[in-house]
Design a protein around this ligand. Sequence first.
Ligand code: PMP
Length: 356
Amino acid sequence: MDQVRPAAPQLQGVEPYDPKYIPADVMISANENPSDVPLEIRREIEHAVRKVKLNRYPDPLANDLRDMIAEANGLDRDQVLVGNGGDELLFDMALAWGGPGRKFLNVPPTFSVYAYNARILNTEVVEVPRRDDYSIDVDAVCDRLAQGDIDYAIFCSPNNPTGNLLTGAEIDRILKASDALVMVDEAYFEFSRSTVRPSLTRHENLIILRTFSKAFSLAGVRMGYLLGSERVLREFKKVRLPYSVDAVSQAVARVVYANRAQFETGIEQIIEQRARVIDGLGALQGVKVFPSSANYVLFRLPADIDAAQVWQRLLDAGVLVRDFSRTPSLENCLRVSIGSPEENTRFLTTLKGILT
Ligand code: PMP
């Protein structure tokens, strides 16, 4: 045979997911932490990794780490599940609750991976668009859920890329409207100091996604976790890859989680720098800045300026941000991650130079 038959039909016309990660001097496009793990903690990590038996399979469920996360959140081990980054858990959700004949409710603009996963797994995507200020139209969401045919929904809070939050009262209304499985993606919650965790005790259909990639500087390691009911997480265990979280990542994450208080200063600095970046962008003629509770800021350039060209000129000057200007409802918008104070200065001065 010199030919291969086509892949599954739903993959036709799909472009592979591309995070547009291009090497640059100033990497402020992927919402990573600008600081690496502190040296002292890295030493502890080295010690812990040295003890890992590389010839043995890892603990499939990373029970030691689950216990630590469970204790910190006032939950039992069975109410926590870890994954190879939050990305794996998002995929597992789409596998376990989606599929042919099933429906996913999305509130765009939001993290594009949600709709991508649904699409490649042959799940129908039902959209309830956000309002102009990117807040969720809770009435419209509840009305749509009340029809009873939605299998799962995801709400990102703070929302990527718009930066705004979903309140506890809003999520309670949504959860009451349906028995669909509802995920609140709190990948950036440490920068907002706000969580829907209190709602978990009241609603079995809520799960919360978190990650070590942002506040804990571990994007390179791949570690995410879910908080939810034992019954729901049991379904995730049926679809997850048995050894998706390797022994080295487990060892690294245990040390980082045990030392998580040490990341507080870095988080504080990002929150302070966020205010500075928002002010700096707001001072530029015609630029609209959206409020943010995360470690990134979305902004819209004036209509007579092409955001894609500005993105390119920033990159030519060594500054990589994320271009959302071709995404529906994000026309002419760019997103900048909060970097170190020096990186933020360089971003603001370079952008000012381009726009004036
Ligand atoms: N959710 C959101 C909203 C994100 O932005 C990201 C990272 N880009 C993730 C989940 C997944 O993060 P990770 O796989 O690094 O844990």
